[in-house]
Design a protein around this ligand. Structure first.
Ligand code: HEM
Length: 488
């Protein structure tokens, strides 16, 4: 009797359990069919799509590879890059989602060789709480009031020293000049004023360092990466010496520059101070130099825009105190120049894409992104999307004057225009770089006119060595009274 009872009890229980398991399996299956990996191809075994990717970004039109994949698979697709599974996005909303979830679902990801060079304790390479702290300090160092009081005059002094020295008829390679300007700006603004010999020495070290960041990571003599590692050591020694001197001699020495203010206002350990400065140097020099170069290049191809920019710059009052320095209100009056800078950033694609890694399995719309995959918000593909920008590959600065584009233009919050990234890693140097580029354009176009010498081979890839041959012949402008603004 007891046997029958227990049998009648176990059979329904058993059936119920089977039913539950089936339900769970079906649910899992359903979920699996609802969420799928972003579509894409795997390319060649091991190599994947790395070559196609590299060819496209090193060529003259980086979003080309992405565009081909978007046409086949849609705006979010997958491929295999550098031996890893990668999800690439040309979708503005998804790009924003990735940037907004920095530190939560995604985190920035760089190879070890790069982290060794720029420093393990710098804002670019650290994560979580430490990143938020250093990012806050960087934003504070370069906020608007500091630009007005500390940077405006210093930038102009650097421009006067570096740009005034060319003669009429002199032929220059513009990429070299822009690089020299950007590096000198960094030496001046990060370390503060020094003697001319010191500036020259630091500029050489900074230049070697930046070269290494953009080269093959081979740490052997003769390779740019190795030279950059050596330059890094010497820059750190110089920074540590400045810190010591400052501690010995009190607060007035080294008061200039981000380093001086950092020591005065913040409380970072010495090794973090050095990495902090080196991170700013890396993030701020090549990006700014390249935007200056692209702005002049695009203006040279578009004489109407060139004329309008020159008229605007000629009309600025300046305080005409003998060296012709501009005041903050002059900077604020450069409305067309700002359109030129925005257009150079959109079209030039200085930060073409961002590098992220999925911290956990992420579900986005119908897609599932496996933990550990590369995630690449491809900013340039959005900036050059014909559906978002009419004649997207044409330099047309006036597009930014159109009231219909004002929301799109807001580079702090717009998903359609993010040359400075977004979210927790939004570029803390964005305002500073705009000020630097605007002042560069001012001093360049008010001092010289120029003509292009030979057919250039411009590339959008942000490596100075690939932007070949933008050679120009300068003519010094004779600024007559009629071109100077009236002084009433
Ligand atoms: C036209 C010039 C510039 C462009 C286009 C640019 C672009 C960017 C972009 C896209 C990011 C985000 C990277 C990411 O999310 O992974 C970034 C981050 C950063 N930028 Fe800039 N940048 C420029 C100039 C500067 C300057 C002048 C400085 C400072 C001197 C600077 C300092 C930084 C730093 C420190 C970060 C890292 C922030 C963090 O990870 O928390 N940038 N920049």
């Amino acid at each position: 009797m007891r046997g029958i009872c227990s049998a009648t009890f176990t059979i329904p229980s058993f059936l119920f359990i089977v039913f539950l398991v089936q339900l769970l399996v079906r649910k899992k299956k359903k979920e699996k069919t609802r969420y799928r990996l972003p579509p894409g191809r795997r390319g060649w075994p091991l190599i994947g799509d790395s070559f196609s990717w590299y060819n496209a970004v090193a060529g003259s039109h980086p979003p080309q590879f992405v565009q081909q994949q978007v046409n086949r698979f849609g705006k979010i697709f997958s491929c295999s890059l550098f031996g890893k599974w990668a999800v690439v996005s040309a979708d503005p909303t998804f790009n924003r989602f990735i940037m907004q979830n920095e530190g939560k679902l995604f985190q920035s990801s760089y190879p070890k060789s790069f982290r060794d060079l720029v420093g393990k304790n710098g804002v670019i390479t650290v994560q979580g709480e430490q990143q938020r702290k250093l990012h806050g300090i960087a934003s504070n160092m370069m906020r608007l009031e500091k630009l007005k009081f500390h940077f405006l005059d210093d930038i102009q002094l650097v421009m006067l020293q570096t740009l005034n020295k060319f003669d009429s008829n002199q032929v220059i390679l513009l990429q070299d000049v822009c690089r020299m300007v950007a590096i000198n700006l960094m030496v001046n603004q990060l370390l503060g004023a020094s003697t001319e010999t010191e500036i020259k020495e630091m500029a050489r070290l900074f230049s070697d360092f930046v070269d290494g960041c953009l080269s093959l990571p081979v740490n052997l003599p003769g390779f740019a990466y190795h030279t950059a590692m050596k330059a890094r050591e010497r820059i750190i020694r110089k920074i540590n010496k400045t810190i010591e001197k400052r501690r010995r001699e009190g607060s007035s020495e080294g008061g200039n520059g981000v380093l001086g203010r950092l020591l005065e206002e913040e409380n970072l350990p010495d090794n973090e101070v050095a990495d902090f400065i080196i991170n700013l140097l890396f993030a701020g020099s090549e990006t700014t130099a390249k935007t200056m170069l692209f702005a002049v290049y695009f203006l040279t191809q578009c004489p109407v825009a060139m004329q309008q920019l020159q008229d605007e710059q000629d009309s600025l009052r300046g305080d005409w105190n003998g060296v012709g320095m501009l005041a903050w209100q002059d900077y604020k009056a450069m409305s067309f120049t700002m359109c030129v800078i925005d257009e150079a950033l959109r079209l030039g694609g200085i930060a073409i894409w961002l590098m992220r890694e999925a911290k956990e399995e992420v579900v986005y719309q119908d897609y599932v992104i496996p933990k550990g995959s590369f995630v690449v918000p491809f900013l340039s593909a959005v900036h050059l999307d014909e559906n978002l920008y009419k004649e997207a590959t044409t330099f047309h600065p006036w597009r930014w004057m159109d009231p219909a584009n004002q929301e799109k233009r807001n580079w702090r919050s717009s998903p359609f225009y993010c040359p400075f990234g977004g979210g927790a890693r939004f570029c803390p140097g964005a305002e500073l770089s705009r000020l630097q580029i605007a002042l560069f354009l001012h001093y360049f176009v008010t001092t010289y006119t120029w003509s292009q010498l030979k057919e250039d081979r411009m590339s959008f890839f942000p490596s100075a060595r690939l932007v070949n041959g933008f050679q120009i012949r300068l003519t010094k402008r004779h600024v007559t009274d009629s071109t100077l603004p009236s002084q009433n």
